[in-house]
Design a protein around this ligand. Structure first.
Ligand SMILES: Nc1nc2c([nH]c(=O)n2[C@H]2C[C@H](O)[C@@H](COP(=O)(O)OP(=O)(O)OP(=O)(O)O)O2)c(=O)[nH]1
Ligand SMILES: [Mg+2]
Length: 134
């Protein structure tokens, strides 16, 4: 089956993560996600993340730090999600290519519905801020 490589940003500021609601009608539409998108040919995952965050949120980020890679099979496709920790360098996020944006505390992440592939990330972010280090 088709393998889709995706870069997604764990954008952190003042104790909160930036999450985006996917537009209705797209794959996993209406669910919340960590902003990002598919890698294009010839692009590194870091370049992909920078491009996607500029396109979707109109922000520039500083150097992305690799966090986790998760491979997940959906009925339609297999995704390989590359999560990076990052911080905003310039710009104020605006929902250019998503339905809604929100800054949320790690403890609040469980109140939002994310794609099943994101479960281990949510768990890790909540565990970390519960005072443990992974
Ligand atoms: N960005 C992002 N995508 C995720 C997450 N979890 C998850 O399963 N996905 C899936 C949904 C999509 O099938 C794929 C990401 O593709 P996308 O729809 O964001 O791609 P894109 O921004 O390049 O959009 P497009 O050009 O296809 O319109 O990965 C996540 O936390 N963030
Ligand atoms: Mg996207």
């Amino acid at each position: 089956m088709k393998l889709v490589e995706v870069a997604a940003g764990l954008i952190y500021e003042d104790g909160r993560y930036l999450i985006a609601k996917r537009k209705a009608g797209v794959h996993l539409g209406g669910l919340w996600e960590f902003p990002g998108g598919k890698r294009e040919e010839g692009e590194t995952l870091e370049d992909c993340l920078r491009r996607e965050l500029l396109e979707e949120l109109d922000i520039r980020i500083d150097i992305p730090i690799p966090f986790r890679i998760i491979r997940h099979d959906y009925p339609e496709k297999t995704v390989e999600l590359h999560f990076f920790r990052c911080a905003i360098e310039t710009g104020r996020p605006s929902p250019v290519d998503c339905a809604e944006l929100r800054w949320v505390l790690p403890s609040e992440l469980s109140e939002y519905e994310f794609p099943p592939a994101d479960r281990p990330i949510i768990d890790a972010l909540q565990y970390q801020t519960a005072g443990q280090r992974l």
